[in-house]
Structures are given as structure tokens and as C-alpha cells.
Design a protein around this ligand. Structure first.
Ligand code: C2E
Ligand code: MG
Ligand code: MG
Ligand code: MG
Length: 288
């Protein structure tokens, strides 16, 4: 059909691109309004300690309930927020919101907040984190800040200084989506992370993929040698969980335990409704 259209093809393509751009512009405008309209919310997904099956932390994940469009996931709006210069305000809001919620959880449960590389520009981040801690009364060591490898791409090393300042406040620094960057191992030398979170793409192919299993084993070993805790994200099956346990990973997160939940849902999850699933590897009963 494209061939038959001949010269017209370009025009059709132009129109499509145009519509796409327009809808992005519209979406940015809607996003700009969303914060004021109360359309943004924070969901929380538990991380489970593999020693005892207890909730160790919950990750704050932003959601946008856009009028007339339903729930929109961060993969669709975070890039827009970054382009539109909104991520600073949105990130500040999430920090305050997440710390305020976490202050109501048991002392043993931390909260993990994702930071965009753009929040490291502009110089406001450290004050925002300090303010969120002060306003909520959350002990700083119960705040975990998740960054991706892209934060460390900055050739000036300025971001390393910011990470040191955040650490000095008492917060924990987590390397998120580990293994997806250009030089993952190199990044581990640039900052002493408190925790490494292995990217979901490695967990997805377990237990069958030899390569993914070898990488998981290596990262778990690295974590032990470097004194960094290890977490796996995206655990959906018992078999994937069993791999993580067998490799001595400290924590796991994924739909197998719980999807991200609104604040009231996570509060009741924490207070004892852990799913009645097997956390410990099978012992003796020759299962699997
Ligand atoms: P992330 O930080 O790697 O978060 C984990 C993502 O994996 C979440 O997607 C979570 O819902 C999803 N997930 C968890 N367990 C499973 C599972 O078992 N299976 C599958 N298929 N997915 C699972 P979500 O909430 O859509 O967030 C996507 C990304 O958006 C996050 O990836 C994070 O990079 C970013 N993001 C979310 N909230 C914020 C925020 O407040 N600020 C910033 N800067 N980024 C955020
Ligand atoms: Mg994360
Ligand atoms: Mg992640
Ligand atoms: Mg990820």
C-alpha cells in the first residue's frame, strides 16, 4: 500500500509524525497541570528479605491517573517530564510523599525512591532530600535512593560529589537496573554503593538461561566481596526466586510477591499479609 501511494507516502508520514508531536506537546501540558490537579500518585512495591521473608523496603513508583485516559505508567511520562523540565518538581514531590508514608511503617521497613539523572543538575537535590527527611521525621538510614548507571556517565564527576553529599545525609545509595549500562563493572569502582539491584532482564530468562544464571552468580559474589547488598527485581516465579536464594542474593522484588500497591494496600501488606508462598528453598522433600 505504501508503494502504491507513491509521492503521497511522504505526506502520510509527515502527518503521522505531526500528530505524534502534537500529542506529545498535549501530554506535556497535561503533565504540567497534573501535579496541581492531584493526578499524580505514588504506588509502593515491597522488597522481601530472603533470609526471613520479611519486607525490608518498599520502592516508590510514580503513577499518573490522567483524566479521560486512565492510568499512565512512568515509562510513558518520565521521559516527557524530563524533556519538559518537570522532573525536578515531580521528583521533589515523590521524595516528600514517600518519606511521609514510610515514617508510618515499622522501623524495619525502608523506602526506595528513584532519581532521574536530570535531578542531579541544578543543585537542588541534596536540599530536597534533606527537606523531605526533616518534614517527615524519617530516619535518614531508612531512605534508599535508586540511581541508574546513566548518573555516572557525567564526565565531570560532579554527580559523584552529589552522591557523596546524599550519603553524608545518611541515605543509602542503590545502583538500579545493574548490568544494562555500557560499563557496569567499571561503575562499581566509582562509588561505594550500599546495594546493587540486578536488572529484570537477567531474571526474566531464569532458571533456564545459563548466561543469565552465570551473571546472577557473579553479581551476587561481587556484592559479597564489595560489601554491597544485592537485590533482584522482576521475580515472577518460584523458580526465579529459588535461583536468587541459591546464589545468596539478599532481597527480591517482583510480581511473585506483590505488584506495586497504593499506600493503604502496602501498609496492610507490610503488617503481616505476606503471601503464603515458600520462601526457603526446598529441603529434603525432593521438590523440583
Ligand atoms: P525501576 O526503578 O527499575 O522499577 C521497577 C519496575 O519494574 C516498575 O515499573 C515495577 O512495576 C516493575 N516490576 C516490578 N516487578 C515486576 C515483575 O515481576 N514483572 C514485571 N514485568 N515488572 C515488574 P514501573 O512502576 O512501570 O516503573 C518503570 C520505571 O520508571 C522504573 O523502573 C523507574 O526507572 C521509573 N520510575 C518510576 N517511578 C519513578 C519516580 O518517581 N522517579 C523517577 N525518576 N523514575 C521513576
Ligand atoms: Mg528502581
Ligand atoms: Mg530497577
Ligand atoms: Mg528496571
Amino acid at each position: 500500500a505504501a508503494k502504491q501511494a507513491g509521492r503521497g507516502t511522504f505526506r502520510v508520514f509527515d502527518e503521522a509524525t505531526d500528530t505524534h508531536l502534537q500529542s506529545r506537546q498535549k501530554m506535556k501540558a497535561a503533565l504540567r497541570a497534573a501535579l496541581g490537579l492531584g493526578e499524580l500518585s505514588v504506588f509502593y512495591q515491597p522488597l522481601i528479605g530472603l533470609r526471613d521473608g520479611q519486607v525490608t523496603a518498599c520502592e516508590a513508583l510514580m503513577r499518573w491517573h490522567r483524566k479521560g485516559a486512565g492510568w499512565i505508567t512512568p515509562d510513558q511520562f518520565i521521559p516527557l517530564a524530563e524533556e519538559a523540565g518537570l522532573i525536578g518538581d515531580m521528583g521533589d514531590w515523590v521524595l516528600h510523599e514517600a518519606c511521609a508514608q514510610a515514617a508510618r511503617w515499622p522501623d524495619s521497613v525502608s523506602v526506595a525512591v528513584n532519581l532521574s539523572p536530570l535531578q542531579f543538575h541544578g543543585g537542588a537535590l541534596v536540599d530536597q532530600v534533606a527537606s523531605a527527611l526533616r518534614a517527615s521525621g524519617l530516619p535518614p538510614e531508612r531512605l534508599q535512593l535508586e540511581i541508574t548507571e546513566s548518573v555516572l556517565l557525567d564526565p565531570t564527576d560532579r554527580n559523584i560529589g552529589v552522591l557523596q553529599d546524599l550519603r553524608a545525609l545518611g541515605a543509602k545509595i542503590v545502583m538500579d537496573d545493574f548490568g544494562t549500562g555500557y560499563s557496569s563493572l567499571g561503575y562499581l569502582r566509582s562509588f561505594p554503593f550500599d546495594k546493587i539491584k540486578v536488572d529484570r532482564s537477567f531474571i526474566r530468562d531464569l532458571p533456564d538461561a545459563r548466561e543469565a544464571l552465570a551473571i546472577l552468580k557473579a553479581v551476587a559474589g561481587l556484592g559479597r566481596s564489595l560489601d554491597m547488598r544485592t537485590t533482584v527485581e522482576g521475580v515472577e516465579t518460584q523458580a526465579q526466586l529459588d535461583c536468587a536464594i541459591a546464589e545468596g542474593v539478599d532481597e527480591a522484588q517482583g510480581y511473585f510477591f506483590s505488584r506495586p500497591l497504593p499506600a493503604p494496600g502496602i501498609a496492610s501488606f507490610i503488617s503481616g499479609c505476606l503471601p503464603k508462598r515458600r520462601i526457603q528453598p526446598a529441603t529434603g522433600d525432593a521438590a523440583t
